[in-house]
Design a binder for this molecule. Sequence first.
Ligand code: NAD
Ligand code: UDP
Length: 329
Amino acid sequence: MSNGTAEKKDPYLRVLVTGGAGFLGSHLCRRLVAQGHEVVCLDNFFTSQKTNVADLIGKPNFELIRHDVTTPFFIECDQIYNMACPASPVHYQYNPVKTMKTSVLGAMNMLGLAKRVKARLLQASTSEVYGDPEVSPQPEEYWGKVNCNGVRSCYDEGKRAAETLCFDYHRQNGVDIRVARIFNTYGPGMHPYDGRVVSNFIMQAINGEDITVYGEGKQTRSFCFVDDLVDGLMKLMNQTSTIGPVNIGNPGEFTIKQLAELAIKHTGSSSKIVHLPLPGDDPQQRKPDITKAREILGWEPKIKLEDGLPKAVAYFSSLDLSRFRKPTK
Ligand code: NAD
Ligand code: UDP
């Protein structure tokens, strides 16, 4: 049996990362492996591929296991980052019933494991728990305005239920939990055909294709560079006594139209902006209030969008696209 995080003398922890081959998960695995921890990466490769962690395979403190979190998994570990879940609307709406199962059954299975081996669990929650918010910026105390039967509900409500499970396992069974409400994150490692706005716009700009702005492009998002985000997640995980969800994101707020213009600027592209219909339930605004992260974790993002976008452009420009599958839908 594991002794649990608190009693363990060894500075190197056994860390389970579900969704570890995905965009955020692979960055996290890389950082944890570099710190010397023993990392087990669990993934069903729905939105990722083994090559995302190819650089880690073969390292003595890294193990890759193909597994679906909707079924239980047993291992001795000290910490669990529960990252498994498709995050792009294109992917999570592809099989919405499976998305809900991944969030809810996945959280239940991982919380059950955390309870059994006394591991600390960090749940990857999302700004989507705020739905189409009536307040801006969104503080953690805001309960949100979420449609429970729309096209985004499988993701939003799945993540809300996962949060509920975290707090109930904490209250009922004393499971040591952390809940990170992650806001839109971008950077190297994103799947080029992921369907999210940053990858779409940069790929379109690089290829000289039309930039597809949905609706008028007045809706806002706040974009966090992946290195900042991973710093925030690891600080939250390793903070001794944080109870309650914590927003992790960059408060810099941009309209989608502004993002399209920045993508054109940073690629030097001659692409034109075109407007397509706005998808159902698309939130109008999103901007994190990160007071809590600043005060409790001493964390705030360091990389502004203007500085992070060129890094993302360099990454997308360097990709061998034959390595990546296009989404089936
Ligand atoms: P991603 O799609 O790149 O990665 C998700 C990973 O989970 C993939 O490797 C995928 O194959 C795996 N996965 C999906 N379903 C699974 C299942 N049933 N069993 C095992 N593995 C499964 O997405 P990401 O951007 O890396 O997001 C990671 C987590 O962070 C997700 O939980 C997401 O909801 C959350 N999040 C991300 C963002 C963001 O902007 N990137 C914002 C808010 C929340
Ligand atoms: N969007 C867009 N064009 C695209 C992809 C997305 O205008 O090609 C818009 C989308 O409608 C939303 C915002 O960009 O308003 C962010 O979309 P994304 O899919 O990245 O994530 P979301 O924050 O909606 O979950």
